[in-house]
Design a binder for this molecule. Structure first.
Ligand SMILES: C[S@@+](CC[C@H](N)C(=O)[O-])C[C@H]1O[C@@H](n2cnc3c(N)ncnc32)[C@H](O)[C@@H]1O
Length: 288
């Protein structure tokens, strides 16, 4: 049912505007908002529409489409609509498998002339917790066993604000609550009860950059990865976008490389390109 705007309404999002905005958003970002998320969109965008002095959400959509500030406004939009929940050692069993099974397998398959380098991508990295978790595991568990191995980790996200947090490397207690005690002591400087600074040795291993997984031109620049983490990102996407991103991610992997998706996610119905590898507590998708 279409909602008619009354004079007394404070900037209400009509059904029609919602559908147009949602089509626009899914086309650009892959993120799909079902009808149940109409209020989310309305409340997230309202302050922005008001700040710009626009009268309707339809005007905002036109601004996003045609304004000379379109590029920077999209950046604002991405910050408003993305869900950035993350924390260190999230779904620890996956990191355990990465440490004990996946990385050793990848390393041992690499030729041993000089240094071997692992290339790892945290895609949809939010504030960097996932990328830095891998970096700490590398320093703590992998490097001592394989001293000739180096690592390059890249974290990417569509939301530039979370990347700023990632680059700073300063976290609140919530983010570090599952970090094992020995890692906490070794890899963080604890300034006070609420601020935990990652040490430079960890920060140095990870580079961050803004990247939209739906942007084919950006995606083709991401090549030769041994391990890609794409966890808790595609759950927000519609099926076509998921399929597209997964096929590009496949192209980003080296042969023998692995893709890990979120604990509750699966690539079933999206692709048959990967070999599904069942580990003790997690599933890996291998490019053979
Ligand atoms: C829920 S967080 C997951 C963070 C981390 N991977 C984890 O599992 O803890 C999802 C992240 O995906 C990012 N994201 C959503 N759509 C994206 C897109 N089209 N391109 C790149 N990143 C995107 C969001 O900005 C958000 O930071």
């Amino acid at each position: 049912m279409l909602i008619q705007r009354k004079n007394t309404d404070v900037l209400a999002l009509t059904d029609e505007e919602f559908l147009e905005l949602r089509n626009f958003i899914v086309r650009i970002t892959g993120i799909y908002f079902p009808e149940s998320k109409k209020y989310f969109i309305e409340s997230k965008l309202r302050p922005r529409v008001e700040t710009l002095g626009l009268k309707t959400y339809g005007d905002y959509l036109n601004y996003l489409r045609y304004s000379p500030f379109r590029g920077s406004e999209l950046d604002v939009l991405f910050k408003l609509i993305t869900i950035n929940e993350t924390y260190f050692f999230r779904d620890e069993a996956q990191f355990d498998t990465i440490e004990k099974e996946i990385l050793p397998k990848i390393i041992e398959s690499k030729p041993r002339n000089g240094f071997r380098t692992l290339r790892i991508w945290s895609a949809g990295c939010s504030t960097g917790d996932e990328a830095y978790t891998v970096a700490m595991i590398f320093l703590e568990k992998i490097k001592p066993k394989y001293p000739d191995v180096n690592v390059e980790i890249i974290g990417t996200d569509i939301n530039s604000a979370v990347l700023d947090v990632a680059r700073r490397g300063i976290y609140k207690r919530y983010s570090v609550r599952y970090v094992p005690e020995n890692y906490m002591r070794k890899y963080f400087t604890i300034l006070n009860d609420e601020e935990f600074h990652l040490i430079e040795d960890v920060k140095r291993l990870v580079k961050f950059k803004q990247l939209n997984l739906m942007d084919k031109f950006q995606m083709v620049t991401m090549r030769n990865f041994d391990l890609i983490l794409l966890r808790n990102v595609l759950i927000y996407f519609d099926e076509n976008s998921r399929r597209e991103v997964v096929s590009w991610i496949y192209d980003s992997l080296n042969r023998g490389g692995y893709l890990i998706v979120g604990y509750s996610e699966s690539l079933r119905n999206l692709t048959k390109a990967f070999k599904v590898v069942y580990f003790d507590k997690t599933i890996g998708y291998k490019k053979e």
